[in-house]
Every structure is written in structure tokens, then in C-alpha cells.
Design a protein around this ligand. Structure first.
Ligand code: NDP
Length: 331
């Protein structure tokens, strides 16, 4: 029988493996228009933490006792959908299970990318890189020559945001991450400067890395990182508010930033965005990233955990920073 991960209970603060349960799924015949997909890889993403809460957001909350959902890529094993055939590789939103049954119109057929694992569609050729691309180029309106600071820089979105800035002609790219190994890796993949935010205050280290200030801040973290960036932004600087992972497991209201009035005096622009609103930019992103990958100019890392039964652990480890690049589960 195919297996699935269901939400067993809602976490308060940090999730634990007890919040999840592995169960057997009912196998049923396909209705007209549906496909059966054997999932090959599923994505674990920070936004899933918000869906574990019983709260309104831009995506519905996961329901207790029901299987979780999320990005996945798999192979069609049976089809009653006109445009999909057995053997097709498809991207869809029914991860957290070995096998998905869904309307064919909810599955996007993709061509296996030359030299890349199918998992690339959940990472370097997928949603995280689109987030980096849109956040940097459209939301923060990055211009060549500018100084860019990226937090969460060794993750799926951050590692792409920093490299896209470099490839689009940034004057200087600075990244922050949570370990010395990650900091070393950021330098290897072309960040001009990188620092471990656990070692010393973010503001002190950002000031050392960008003594003349920054033009753009790509924010994946919020809290002390956003506070420090506001201090170091130049007049007319821009911030792409992508995520605030420092507060996703908080049980108390987050502290700060305490210096928002700097937005007035420095004429700053802070703009939040949700990537589902920007799917029209996918072809541009794929064209740029495809070119950089072919030329060997862009590095992408994946941290892969094996087995559906380990998906809850992979998700919790993602929130704790165990990943470099995109965190994935191979099914
Ligand atoms: P990552 O691959 O970056 O994984 C999350 C990382 O966050 C961890 O590896 C960890 O790295 C870091 N982290 C965890 N806690 C903290 C903390 N307290 N302070 C600083 N860093 C922390 O995930 P993604 O690339 O998928 O997502 C990155 C951000 O982008 C998230 O905030 C996410 O919500 C957001 N996002 C937003 C989207 C949008 O549409 N706006 C779409 C996709 C993602 P470390 O070891 O460095 O601490």
C-alpha cells in the first residue's frame, strides 16, 4: 500500500516528529481526467511551518489527520488525462506521499533536464530560484554595480539570490549563514564576503563586510538581520522581504526591527512578495539560469534525505539549518 505523512497534531513552537504520522493510503481507481503519479522527490520548505498552525494565511492550513501537501516531482504510472501519458515526468503539489492521485490539469509536465536530476525542478529550476530571481530583480529592482546583502544565504533561495546578483553585475555580494562551513561554501561559490551570524552581532559583521553601506537587502530572516540591514542601507536602498524564518517557531511576538523610522530618513523601500503571484517570470528565470548552468557559472547544492519516513525529520532539520542549498526528500 502507498504511504503518506499526515498531520497528527499542531506544534506550539518548534515542531517535533510527534506532530507527524506515517499512515497507509487508500488505493482507488482513477476518475476521468485524473493521473496516478509515483513521486520521486518531495520538497520540504519553511512556509510549511505556517501551514501547521490553525491560522489564516495566503495558503490554507494543513488539516489534522489529513496528508500534508507540498511540491513534488514524479512519474505518471497511469493516466485518464488527455495530455499526460504513462512515463511523463510531472511537477505537482501532492508531496508527502509515495503516490499521488490528482486531476491531470493540476500536474505540469516537464522535460527531463539534460545532466540534471528531476529534483532540479524543486530547486534550481523551480520555485526557490524563481523567488530569488523575482525578489532581487523585480521586487528590490537591483541594478548592476550595487552592493547586495543576502541573509539565509546558504539556503535554496539565498544561494541563488547571491549568485544571480553576482552574475547580473553586482559591485559586491555579502551573505550571512549559520555555520563556518556554510560561510566557506559561500565564498567558494562567489560571494565577495560572508559571515556566521552566530559568531558575533549581525550589525558588526555587516558593517565590517560593507563599510560603505548596502544598496539592496534580500531578507530571508527578519529580526536582527533586518534591523542591521536598515542601519547599513544607503539612502534610497531597497529591501525584498522574502521570509522571516527567525520567527516561524516563535511563541512570543518577535522583537523588532526597532528602527523602522530609518525608512523615512533614508527614503528606503521595503516590499514583501509571494512567489505564486509571479509565475509569469518563470520563462525568463529558466532562460537565464539554463544559460548560467550550461556555462558552469552557477553552483547549486542539494541536501537529500532518503525515505518518506524521514520526511518529518528532514523538515525539522531544514528549520534548524542542517541543509546547504535545497533540502529534499528522495522517495
Ligand atoms: P532554506 O534552504 O534557506 O532553509 C532555511 C534556512 O534558514 C536554514 O538552512 C537555516 O540556515 C536558516 N535559518 C533557520 N533559522 C534561522 C534563524 N533564526 N536565523 C537565521 N537563519 C535561520 O529555505 P528556503 O530557501 O526555501 O527559504 C528561505 C526563505 O525564503 C524562508 O524565509 C522562506 O520562508 C522564504 N521563501 C519565501 C517565498 C516567497 O514567496 N516570499 C518563497 C520561498 C521561500 P542557517 O544555518 O544559515 O541558519
Amino acid at each position: 500500500m502507498p504511504r503518506q505523512v499526515v498531520l497528527a497534531s499542531r506544534p506550539s513552537g518548534w515542531p517535533t516528529e510527534d506532530n507527524f504520522a506515517l499512515t497507509e493510503a487508500e488505493r482507488r481507481d482513477l476518475a476521468d481526467g485524473e493521473v496516478r503519479v509515483r513521486n520521486l522527490f518531495m520538497s520540504v520548505d519553511p512556509y510549511m511551518r505556517g501551514r501547521m498552525n490553525d491560522a489564516e494565511s495566503y495558503v490554507p492550513a494543513f488539516r489534522l489527520g489529513e496528508p500534508l501537501e507540498g511540491g513534488a516531482i514524479g512519474e505518471v504510472t497511469e493516466s485518464r488525462a488527455p495530455d499526460l501519458q504513462k512515463g511523463d515526468l510531472v511537477l505537482h503539489m501532492l508531496g508527502w506521499r509515495d503516490e499521488a492521485v490528482l486531476p491531470g490539469r493540476h500536474a505540469r509536465k516537464v522535460t527531463p533536464a539534460k545532466g540534471l536530476s528531476p529534483s532540479a525542478y524543486l530547486g534550481v529550476l523551480g520555485m526557490p530560484t524563481l523567488t530569488a530571481y523575482v525578489g532581487l530583480l523585480d521586487i528590490a529592482a537591483f541594478q548592476p554595480g550595487e552592493v547586495v546583502f543576502v541573509s539565509g544565504a546558504a539556503g535554496a533561495v539565498g544561494s541563488m539570490a547571491g549568485q544571480i546578483a553576482r552574475l547580473k553585475g553586482a559591485g559586491r555580494v555579502i551573505g550571512s549563514a549559520g555555520s563556518d562551513d556554510k560561510v566557506r561554501w559561500l565564498r567558494e561559490i562567489g560571494f565577495d564576503a560572508a559571515f556566521n551570524y552566530r559568531a558575533r552581532s549581525v550589525l558588526d559583521q555587516l558593517r565590517d563586510a560593507a563599510p560603505d553601506g548596502i544598496d539592496v537587502y534580500f531578507d530571508n530572516v527578519g529580526a536582527d538581520h533586518l534591523d542591521a540591514a536598515l542601519v547599513m542601507l544607503k539612502n534610497h536602498g531597497r529591501v525584498a522581504l522574502s521570509g522571516a524564518i527567525a520567527q516561524y517557531n516563535a511563541t512570543e511576538p518577535p522583537v523588532g526591527p526597532s528602527n523602522l523610522s530609518l525608512c523615512i530618513t533614508k527614503r528606503l523601500t521595503l516590499r514583501g512578495f509571494i512567489i505564486v503571484d509571479h509565475q509569469d517570470r518563470m520563462p525568463d528565470m529558466i532562460a537565464d539560469v539554463g544559460g548560467w548552468l550550461a556555462a558552469g557559472e552557477l553552483t547549486h547544492a542539494e541536501t537529500v534525505v532518503d525515505g518518506l519516513e524521514h520526511a518529518p525529520r528532514a523538515f525539522i532539520d531544514l528549520l534548524r539549518g542542517a541543509n546547504t542549498g535545497k533540502m529534499l526528500v528522495r522517495l
